[in-house]
Structures are given as structure tokens and as C-alpha cells.
Write a new protein. Structure first.
Length: 312
């Protein structure tokens, strides 16, 4: 069962350099209870998709398409309607924990406020919920952690707090935008483990944006690969890693240190004036004559979605 249908989502930004097409006609479904990993090189549009879901984009953004959640199109809800969905139904863990937390409030107050405001819990109950959640996020002395400020914590600790905030109200969909960025390997593993544990317990779905292919392989049910604003392949995780279809997917996996460590030739394209035809054609060793002047449309093939003329 799908819990989120993204249909023809396009996001552009007006800048002094021209119009940036950050997300270009992206469609996919996020199934209920699944972990879907979104991968792709830096600047390809992953975070913009995540922010579009809860309409958390700056003023210079123009959005079109539909993001259907049940019978609601999230792109057409008022700020007031969205406020009821954010955190309670769909929550987002951002890339930078220290910037995302309020520096002047104690950690525990930031969490317990959610219970007070959204669940109308008493101060005493809210504090008890917040303290128990901090305990679950690995704080050995949650009472002590409750009284700390973000600046007194390391990046890793603040990331745990952000995850606690995102999970506090048991949302149906958790969007995690590189939740382990900049953390050491042990912390990464612990945080992902805890995130998955709570996700399973609460039967939420997880939309995980990551550069970490090992994490995507280990925890995702499906993987979606982006290139230059478009999704070029969506496949079950084992299929994607064992036999990627798209030439960009094959190149990316070969470029990993655990594989051949062979970089894809050429550079990432401009998001203001992307190449004609297939966006990947200037770098593609398998390109056909048609690729330089016609844009491949996404099609279903062998249980995958693929945007490439080789599979027409
Ligand atoms: N407010 C903005 N104004 C103009 N361009 C923007 C804005 N926000 C994002 N962009 C551009 O949109 C494109 C997609 O950005 P996005 O942050 O989604 O990339 P990303 O895939 O999340 O990259 P990373 O892996 O580095 O986090 C980039 O080219 C970026 O420069
Ligand atoms: S459409 Fe053509 S250029 Fe693009 S990835 Fe496929 S083969 Fe390569
Ligand atoms: Mg990003």
C-alpha cells in the first residue's frame, strides 16, 4: 500500500544566474512501512524533494505536480493544515543537527514541548515522555541530558536529539536527510539501528536520503537513484546493488572504494542549462544516437522503473 504518491514533481529556483531546475518531473510512490533510500551525487535534487514533501522550501522556489498523502495533495494545503501534518504524520530529520535545534532552549524542553502542544499532555507527563525518549536514543543519563543545551552536546548527541524530536509523535512517514552525515562509523551504525528499531515498532515508513551505499544496501527495501534533477532508476535494493540497470548506476557503483574505485568520466551537469536529450549522455559510455537529442521517459521494466533508451 502506498502512503505517498509523488506525481510529476518539478521544483525550480529563480536565481541571478538563471532558473535552476532542481527537480524535473519526478514521480514515485513511497509504500507504507517500507524503507526507500534516495541516492545520487551532490546537488542532484535529493534534499529539495525531501523539503517539497512538507513544503519547507525558500521563497524563490516554484513547485508544480502533486504530492498525494491519503486524499490530500500536500502541495495544495494551507500552512495551518500542513502544521497539523508536520511532526505528527510526516516528520523530517535534517542534515545539520546543530543548526536545526534551537540553541536557547534546553534539549528536554524542545522535546517535551511537542507533547504539550500536539498531545495536550501535562508538563509532568511531557517531561516523563521526553526523558524516556532520550533514554531510548542512547543517553545513559536521560535526566541529565534533559537539562543540557545543544551547544553542550557533540554533533552525534544532537543528531540523536533530532531523531528523538522527529520520532516523538510517532509519525507515519519519517524523512531522514543524511541523518548520519559527519558522524564516525560506530555512531552511524548505532543511530541507524535505533532509527530502524523505532520505525519497525511504530510501523512507520522511512524515506532515507544518503550518500552511504552500505547503509542503503543494508537497510533499504528499495533504492531510487537521482541524476541531475531526475530519478533514473528505482529497484529493489538487492536488484539495484547486484545488477544495476542504468549506466549511471553501474558507473556509480564501480566508483566506490569497495569496487573498482573507477570514477565516472566528466563532470556533473549544470542544473541551469542541463544537457539536451538524456541528461547523462555526455558521460555515458553506452549512449545511442538518439540519446543526445531525445529525453528518455521513465518506463517499468522487470519490476523496476528505468529512464534509459537501452531498455525501451
Ligand atoms: N534556495 C535555492 N536557490 C537556488 N538553488 C537552490 C536552492 N536550494 C537548492 N538549490 C539548488 O538545487 C539543486 C539541488 O539541491 P539539493 O540540495 O536538493 O541537492 P542534494 O542532492 O540534496 O545535494 P547534497 O547531496 O549535497 O545534499 C542544487 O543545484 C542546488 O544548488
Ligand atoms: S539514455 Fe542513452 S545516454 Fe542515457 S543512460 Fe541510457 S544509454 Fe546512456
Ligand atoms: Mg542534500
Amino acid at each position: 500500500m502506498s502512503c505517498l504518491h509523488i506525481k510529476h514533481l518539478t521544483v525550480t529556483f529563480e536565481t541571478l544566474m538563471g532558473t535552476v531546475v532542481a527537480v524535473d518531473d519526478v514521480s514515485f510512490d513511497h509504500e507504507s512501512k517500507e524503507t526507500l533510500a534516495l541516492v545520487g551525487e551532490t546537488g542532484c535534487g535529493k534534499s529539495v524533494i525531501a523539503s517539497s514533501i512538507l513544503k519547507l522550501l525558500p521563497d524563490n522556489a516554484n513547485l508544480s505536480g502533486e504530492i498525494l498523502y491519503g486524499d490530500k495533495d500536500l502541495l495544495r494545503l494551507s500552512e495551518r493544515e500542513l502544521a497539523d501534518i508536520r511532526g505528527q504524520e510526516i516528520s523530517i530529520i535534517f542534515q545539520n543537527p546543530t543548526l536545526a535545534l534551537n540553541p536557547v532552549y534546553r534539549i528536554g524542553d524542545q522535546i517535551s514541548e511537542l507533547f504539550r502542544v500536539h498531545k495536550r499532555a501535562s508538563s509532568k507527563k511531557s517531561k516523563a515522555y521526553a526523558t524516556s525518549l532520550l533514554g531510548r536514543m542512547g543517553f545513559k543519563d536521560p535526566e541529565h541530558a534533559f537539562h543540557m543545551y545543544p551547544s553542550q552536546f557533540s554533533e552525534g548527541m544532537n543528531q540523536r536529539v533530532l531523531i528523538a524530536l522527529a520520532l516523538a509523535l510517532h509519525p507515519k512517514i519519517i524523512i531522514a536527510d543524511e541523518p548520519t552525515k559527519g558522524l564516525d562509523d560506530q555512531l552511524k551504525e548505532e543511530i541507524l539501528k535505533e532509527l530502524m528499531k523505532i520505525k519497525e515498532e511504530k510501523e512507520s515508513s522511512l524515506f532515507l536520503i544518503t550518500h552511504d551505499f552500505d547503509a542503503a544496501r543494508n537497510i533499504a527495501d528499495r533504492v531510487a537513484l537521482m541524476y541531475c534533477g531526475q530519478i533514473v532508476e528505482i529497484a529493489l535494493s538487492p536488484d539495484f546493488f547486484d545488477e544495476p540497470f542504468h549506466p549511471y548506476a553501474r558507473g556509480l557503483l564501480k566508483s566506490l572504494p569497495s569496487h573498482d574505485f573507477a570514477p565516472i568520466p566528466g563532470a556533473s551537469p549544470s542544473m541551469i542549462s542541463p544537457p539536451e536529450g538524456c541528461r547523462f549522455h555526455p558521460r555515458c559510455a553506452e549512449r545511442l544516437e538518439v540519446c543526445s537529442h531525445e529525453m528518455p521517459e521513465p518506463i517499468k521494466k522487470s519490476g523496476r522503473i528505468i529512464r534509459c533508451f537501452l531498455y525501451r
